[in-house]
Design a protein around this ligand. Structure first.
Ligand code: SDX
Length: 431
């Protein structure tokens, strides 16, 4: 057990007229959990928790979320402060190594990221096999898994820091090359003189024959977006990374699994769905009230994408920061995006509507992020790719933490079987 946790009490379970005591542990922010590691051994029964909403899968020191108070902290630092004062490379270091780097640590980390950003030239051949319509998230997941073919020594017990740097440095190149492939343009290689965020935009939007100056407003906005997406404790994709890594699969295979989980429209794919929803509302005469009613109707199957969250039950602090950032970027660029007006109208109506209030549905991180990506000229099918670039340090931090946790076990949940009881085989001739 983590020595930061205190064992203060026990929980008593009464089952089949017998009493069982289980230890209660309290985390450093006061979260309380019942440690049921011995439940089945002691009682013969298991718990059942559809979607794991009440189940702590691990102990972690990476990120703290208080869903009721809208608190999000990376290694103890509030997201609002990091979004305002830090930068994405520094946040990567903080999440992965647990402390803010000093100047020497940051310089060395930045140098490593800069000098590992190329991918093996052989990987370019993989892009040629994809149709232009291939979704870049599918390309990203395959390319990341393929990194283990070029770094076979990257098994679970390999030089973790070198492979972490390789993963962080190469994902933006893999992502930008996927975009170039989709628009039929030549690849633009990473530049050592650009920041992480500026280099992403340069590789996406420059052409080899013409230098491109990345506007500072874009570089800063993207860097803030990456910081805001960098980690979020045991979300679906991070839990996937931990699940895959628990079998001692290598770093690249584990990150590839995280990318696949993030792709889903209920998770990281929501940012693309939000813009497509807003565009549908705009095409429908901007009648956002109609879509609020659709979201409230069980039969419509329509969800207000970018709304709701399993953990945040008052507001997602990231959404608040992104709403302000979206207004700022559009004002600086002199852009009036009708989709932002529709988004703000949806939010205003929903926050007063009992349906949303009762279900504690508020804008989440995906609701405004797409407005900013659009302003930068990033196409909607790349939105979740940018989310993956942001979330990568979080996935790595959790993978590394699990690997370094004494006594970490392969994840293997149980089930309640509801199928057929034992029956006899009937030969085909008798069926
Ligand atoms: C992310 O976990 C993380 O931390 C994720 C994330 C991260 O940083 O990693 O924050 C990133 O994935 C943000 C979420 C992005 N997804 C969306 O915006 C998709 C739309 N939202 C929903 O699908 C939903 O709100 C979830 C998936 C986010 C949360 O789902 P839950 O917790 O399982 O909630 P639920 O589906 O049980 O909903 C509870 C009720 C239901 O109504 P009732 O059956 O009680 O009548 O609220 C309704 C739902 O129908 N509801 C919605 C809704 N979300 C939930 N109704 C309309 N529109 C919505 N968006």
């Amino acid at each position: 057990m983590n020595d930061n946790l205190t064992l203060v009490d026990t929980a008593r379970l009464v089952l089949h007229d017998r009493e069982y005591d289980f230890p209660i542990i309290t985390g450093t922010e006061g979260e309380v959990g019942i440690d049921i590691a011995q439940l089945r051994n002691k009682t013969g029964v298991i718990t059942l928790d559809n979607g794991y909403g009440n189940t702590g899968a691990c102990q972690s020191a990476v990120t703290f979320i208080d869903g009721e108070k809208g608190i999000l902290q990376y290694r103890g630092y509030p997201i609002e402060i990091l979004a305002e004062k830090s930068n994405f490379v520094e946040v990567c270091y903080l999440l992965i190594f647990g402390h803010l780097p000093n100047q020497d640590e940051l310089d060395k980390f930045q140098f490593s990221l800069t000098h590992h950003s190329l991918i093996h030239e052989g990987m370019k051949k993989f892009y040629e096999g994809y149709p232009p319509s291939a979704h870049p998230m599918g390309i990203l997941s395959s390319m990341v898994s393929s990194l283990s073919a070029f770094y076979p020594e990257a098994d679970y017990n390999a030089d973790i820091e070198l492979n972490i740097v390789r993963m962080l440095a190469k994902l933006k190149t893999i992502a930008a090359f996927a975009y170039k492939k989709s628009v039929g343009q030549p690849y633009v290689y990473p530049r050592n003189d650009l920041s992480y965020s500026a280099d992403i935009l340069h590789m996406m939007f420059a052409v080899p024959s013409e230098p491109l100056e990345i506007p500072k407003v874009f570089e800063d906005a993207l860097d803030k977006l990456l910081i805001l997406h960098a980690d979020h404790e045991q979300n679906c994709s991070t839990s996937t990374v931990r699940m895959v890594g628990s079998s001692e699969a290598n770093l690249f295979a584990s990150m590839s699994a995280g990318i696949s989980a993030l792709w889903g429209p209920l998770h990281g794919g929501a940012n693309q769905e939000v813009i497509e929803m807003l565009e549908k509302i705009r095409a429908d005469g901007g009648n956002y009230k109609k879509y609020i009613e659709l979201a409230k109707s069980k039969d419509s199957k329509f969800k207000l994408m970018g709304f709701g969250h399993r953990v945040y039950k008052n507001f997602d602090p990231r959404a608040k920061i992104l709403e302000i950032a979206a207004e700022r970027v559009l004002n600086l660029l002199g852009i009036k995006d009708p989709l932002l007006e529709i988004a703000k109208n949806l939010e205003e109506i929903a926050l007063k509507d009992p349906f949303f209030i009762e279900r504690k549905l508020y804008p989440n991180v995906d609701f405004y992020s797409g407005i900013i990506y659009r302003a930068m000229g990033i196409p909607t099918n790349m939105f979740t790719v940018i989310f993956a670039l942001g979330r990568l340090p979080g996935w790595i931090a959790h993978w590394k933490e699990m690997r370094e946790t004494l006594g970490a076990r392969i994840n293997r949940p149980r089930q309640i079987y509801t199928g057929e009881t034992k029956r006899h085989y009937i030969p085909l001739s008798d069926r």
